[in-house]
Design a protein around this ligand. Structure first.
Ligand SMILES: [Fe+2]
Ligand SMILES: [Fe+2]
Length: 176
């Protein structure tokens, strides 16, 4: 694989690991203010991000590239409310991760690496889902404000989320 692509994908692995770290920080904050269901939702989100990174790691190995594990930035620790947490999660997905994934597609096209482009398409679709999930929850929580019964109802609902490994084509992630 071309060096420019190896470098860009290694940067993206770092971004996915940072996402996992950020959602873990959000999980800890939500625990600290006693919303275990929302914390569970973030815990599952962290597991998803680790799977995203793993898919990219496997793709680099498959193409005889070399994985570089860079330092992971420290996420913030405190938020003002659950609504702010989910708004931040949405902003992170839409303004950071999706933009980065789209830039990788631009690079794949520029370098005429069709296999890389095809690999990335799963992530392009995944971002549509990530943005939808986080924006739905952010909007709902904003509407609810500090209505405790409504917050508790959402918390109970989010407690049911379970991790199902995503199936990332061309990798063993999510394969039976
Ligand atoms: Fe991700
Ligand atoms: Fe994500």
């Amino acid at each position: 694989m071309k060096e420019s692509i190896e470098k860009a994908l290694n940067d993206q692995i770092n971004a996915e690991l940072y996402s996992a770290y950020l959602y873990k920080a959000m999980e800890m904050y939500l625990h600290s203010i006693d919303f275990p269901g929302m914390a569970n939702w973030m815990k599952v989100q962290t597991q998803e991000e680790l799977a995203h990174a793993e898919g990219m790691i496997q793709f680099i190995n498959l193409r005889a590239g070399r994985v570089s594990l860079y330092a992971i930035e420290m996420p913030k620790k405190e938020w003002a409310s659950p609504a702010e947490v989910f708004k931040d999660a949405f902003d992170h997905e839409a303004k950071v991760v999706t933009v980065k994934i789209h830039k990788l597609v631009d690079l794949a096209i520029k370098e005429k690496d069709h296999a890389f482009n095809q690999f990335l398409q799963w992530y392009v679709a995944e971002q549509v889902e990530e943005e939808d999930n986080t924006s739905t929850l952010a909007i709902r929580l904003k509407k609810i404000g500090d209505n405790m019964p409504a917050l508790m109802a959402i918390d109970t609902k989010l407690a049911a989320r379970m991790f199902v490994a995503p199936v990332i084509p061309g990798t063993s992630v999510g394969a039976p």
